[in-house]
Write a protein that binds this ligand. Structure first.
Ligand SMILES: *Cc1c(COP(=O)(O)O)cnc(C)c1O
Length: 385
């Protein structure tokens, strides 16, 4: 599918200064060398099982299915992973790369703090120095996550350049990497950024569909009618889709928030060193977005998703904040599972879709994370409503 290395059709690539390109080329070579190495794979499998608690269940949501009325709804329970989301799958994979490349220091960017906490967690376990770049505005709004990272031994650097948001944190992290590449590994959190990051992140998140494919075949004796996942940068979704991309009968559906509809309204453009669909304002700058789910609040999307949309292999749909809030409450009440607000977007669409399909079909929806982090926000939102 990849025409040129690092490209998915016209999307992807690596638009960075030469000094950074050298570092990324070395990362690409090391990743290619290690990813199929038997000892590396055994080590990764060990930590997935013993530290994260994989594999994650593929749970038949019987009550939800009855309410939707139609296809069986299965939940891929990434919320049950250690640290409470899919992010740790990628973090553990990359930290093992870092270790094998001889890095002593790991840096990361974080928006709301979820990826920063996952990275700080793995660094604590591996005894690595950890520096997390976070926009100044975000450190104020997410003070508890800053404390969590510090508790785990990480240093959080508040970035007050630009608008003090995620983009500025990413810029600072790349600047650090260029300066300190001999000792430092940049652990990027989603399936975005210049090559080879989208490829690396997909590789480590593909464990989601590697497991779910086996699990659904065992439970249903056939593949699902559809796989549904929410999309921020696109890492849990690409991991959920990966092992079904060549199964043409399986619909792949990415769910975006109505408030950040990159796939609906975006145009091909360059963002953060790679090409993808981007939401632009009238002057051609990336549009500020606002979703109740911080993890989905991104004006771009991974290059492979951009390509899957372009070719029509995957479908991308929108769910409003109200619909996500309703699904958040419904899953809590009917199955005893409080999902992350991000995941609630996917659950909402999966319920709608299930109602249109026959009862002998199944749908897999990825619950990317647990909702503990969102309970206070939902409390405030419902109080106002
Ligand atoms: C970060 C996050 C997301 C969005 O990121 P992707 O890279 O699109 O998966 C979704 N759900 C949860 C729980 C998250 O923490």
């Amino acid at each position: 599918m990849t025409e040129t290395k690092g490209y998915f059709g016209q999307f992807g690539g690596s638009f960075v200064p030469p000094a950074l390109q050298q570092v990324l080329t070395r990362l690409d070579e090391e990743f290619e060398r290690l990813k199929d190495d038997a000892a590396f794979k055994a080590e990764l499998a060990y930590y997935y099982k013993e530290y994260i608690g994989r594999q994650s269940p593929l749970y038949f949501a019987e009550n939800l299915t009855k309410q939707a009325g139609g296809a069986k709804i299965y939940l891929k329970r990434e919320d049950l992973n250690h640290t409470g989301s899919h992010k740790i799958n990628n973090v553990l994979g990359q930290i093992l790369l870092a270790k094998h490349m001889g890095a002593k220091r790991v840096i990361a960017e974080t928006g709301a703090g979820q990826h920063g906490v996952a990275t700080a967690t793995a660094c604590a376990m591996f005894g690595m120095e950890c520096v997390v770049y976070m926009g100044l505005e975000d450190t104020k709004r997410q003070a508890l996550n800053v404390f969590r990272m510090e508790l785990l031994g990480a240093k959080v650097v508040a970035v007050d350049k630009g608008q003090g948001r995620l983009k500025d944190a990413v810029d600072e992290a790349f600047a650090d990497l260029v300066e300190n590449y001999e000792t430092t590994f940049y652990l990027l959190g989603s399936a975005v950024g210049p090559h080879p990051f989208p490829t690396i992140v997909k590789h480590f998140q593909s464990v989601i569909s590697e497991e779910s494919r086996e699990q659904i075949l065992q439970k249903e004796g056939k593949l699902p009618a559809a796989v549904v996942a929410c999309i921020g940068g696109g890492s849990n979704a690409i991991g959920s889709f990966a092992n079904y991309i060549t199964d043409e009968g399986v619909r792949l559906i990415g769910v975006e928030p109505h408030e950040a509809p990159t796939m609906r309204d975006g145009v091909p453009a360059e963002l953060h060193g790679f090409k993808c669909y981007v939401l632009l304002d009238e002057e051609g700058n990336p549009q500020p977005t606002y979703s109740i789910a911080a993890g989905l609040d991104y004006p771009g999307v991974g290059p492979e998703h951009s390509y899957l949309k372009h070719t029509g292999r995957a479908e991308y749909v929108n769910v409003t904040a109200e619909q996500a809030l309703a699904a958040f409450q419904l899953l809590s009440k009917s199955e005893g599972i409080i999902p992350a607000l991000e995941s609630a977007h996917a659950v909402s669409y999966a319920m709608e879709l299930a109602a249109t399909l026959p009862a002998d079909e199944s749908i897999i929806v990825t619950v990317s994370g647990r909702g503990d982090k969102d309970v206070e926000q939902v409390f405030e939102l419902l109080k106002k409503a």
